[in-house]
Design a protein around this ligand. Structure first.
Ligand SMILES: [Zn+2]
Ligand SMILES: [Zn+2]
Length: 470
């Protein structure tokens, strides 16, 4: 291939692109820059981009780059170790789960052991035959084929994702990335000590890299069902290096697009604009000067937390100022420049800013067959108010739950929890001052319990009734 541009490669050859092809393309593209990097540097980038994938995973929109980047670093890491990611992947996932050896993984039932009674020592033989079978099929093995394969074996992951949220899946990716590091350490140690099992330990690194790849592919198939990862990858590299546009890449060793950290240049712009604004609004000098001080502090210390707080606080303050000025009919020029500053602040906050600790929202997965979300309510914008209007509906709902509770096949624990929720709601309704928050909390708890029961007609009906209420 020798440093051919993506556009040239695309002419007529598109159908031949397999995972090996992508790896060699990335290897050509970043050959010069990656030669200066050690395994651990590349590993660091993989880790960074897996982290950013996690940050973006629950957001809407089609930011495919969040998947392309960790996959690209996985390629570079494989190249660094002379591993072919495609082969590593097929070795580990030849159309069956490497633990339970089934086409559709049943590890959640068997606890990661084969469903059929195969002794552990024969497992490798079975995997070997599967691999042979797989490699002999000679079909083009591209991303989409790999995505389908993973989706097929581990369709259970989609269920977990839908019930427990995407976090479980993200934890798994991070765990696999950690295991790559451990496997690499063992391999290096054996290599340095010239041990006889060095190659076998490299195989373990192979498997761990394949696992990371598999979990990322799985996330893609759930996040973007039906979307082609091949197309997304080719689009991303259509003009070769997306930063410098060259093939091979001419970027400096540490050049990169600002991705998630605060862009301090933007902060400087906001500070300058606030100083100007201060001159045009003599009546608000005190407030604006306070804001400017925060920016100065953030710029001096380069602390992301200070910067984020300064941005958020000034966003609030400026919106307040804008309202004041427009109501007292202040000069339109200042309100215009205020909205301009707010705009800059908004984009800086949107693209930058460290991940914040989630608001009081947490998930709690009990176990796989029984997963459920318990989500705290304070981050929701929904306002539930208990009123004479919904009282009738709630009373009706409660009586139906009581009537049908035995048909729900609830576990003892869930049943007593549901009963407690029902009692709480009844007590509140009977009280002279019913508290909406408590009623809502109990309704949500009931909803969570019902959502945990799959395919029960009564539960579905009750859930339908609840959606109108909450
Ligand atoms: Zn399995
Ligand atoms: Zn570049």
């Amino acid at each position: 291939m020798a440093n051919q541009k993506m556009q040239e490669l695309l002419k007529g050859k598109k159908k031949n692109f397999d995972i090996n092809f992508y790896q060699s393309y990335i290897s050509d593209l970043y050959s010069e820059i990656n030669q200066k990097r050690q395994f651990i540097d590349i590993y660091g980038y993989l880790h960074r981009n897996v982290g950013y994938l996690g940050k973006s995973i629950s957001k809407d929109g089609n930011d495919f780059s969040k998947f392309i980047l960790p996959i690209s670093w996985l390629f570079s890491l494989s190249t660094n170790l002379n591993i072919k990611l495609q082969d590593a992947f097929i070795r580990q996932y030849p159309g069956i789960c490497p633990y339970c050896l089934e086409r559709h993984c049943v590890c959640f039932k068997t606890g990661k052991t084969p469903l059929r009674s195969i002794p552990a020592y024969e497992m490798q033989e079975e995997m070997y035959f599967k691999r042979e079978e797989f490699q002999n099929s000679r079909e083009l093995f591209n991303f989409d084929k790999a995505v389908n394969l993973i989706n097929d074996i581990f369709s259970v992951n989609e269920v977990i994702w839908k019930i427990a949220g995407e976090y479980h899946h993200m934890f798994k990716i991070h765990q696999e990335v950690a295991e790559v590091h451990e496997a690499y350490g063992n391999f290096k140690k054996a290599e340095e000590e010239k041990l006889s099992d060095t190659n076998k330990l490299l195989d373990v690194v192979n498997d761990e890299i394949a696992d990371v790849f598999a979990w990322i592919l799985g996330a893609w198939s759930i996040k973007y069902p039906g979307k082609s990862l091949d197309s997304a990858f080719i689009d991303y590299y259509l003009y070769d290096c997306p930063v410098c546009g060259a093939m091979p890449c001419k970027c400096g060793l540490r050049d990169m697009r600002p991705s998630t950290l605060i862009d301090f240049d933007q902060l400087k712009i906001v500070r300058e604009k606030l100083i100007k604004l201060n001159e045009t609004l003599p009546n608000h000098q005190e407030e604006i000067s306070e804001l400017i001080k925060s920016y100065e502090n953030a710029l001096n210390t380069r602390k992301t937390t200070t910067a984020t707080v300064a941005l958020s606080q000034s966003q609030e303050k400026l919106e307040e100022l804008e309202r004041k000025i427009s109501t007292i009919g202040g000069n339109s020029h200042s309100s215009l420049s205020i909205s301009e500053i707010i705009e800059i602040i908004n984009t800086t906050l949107k693209f930058g800013g460290p991940s914040r600790f989630p608001p009081v929202s947490y998930i709690h997965v009990e176990n796989m067959s029984h997963s459920r979300i318990q989500q705290s309510t304070s981050d929701s914008n929904q306002v539930f108010n208990f009123s004479s209007e919904n009282k009738k509906e709630i009373v009706e709902l409660i009586s139906e739950i009581k009537q049908h509770i035995d048909e729900l096949n609830l576990s003892l624990q869930d049943k007593s929890e549901a009963k407690a929720d029902v009692e709480t709601i009844e007590t509140q309704i009977a009280s002279p001052k019913p508290k909406s928050a408590i009623i809502r909390e109990s309704l949500l708890s009931l909803k969570t319990i019902f959502e945990g029961i799959a395919g029960n007609v009564v539960a579905d009906l009750l859930l339908k009734k609840m959606t109108g209420l909450l």
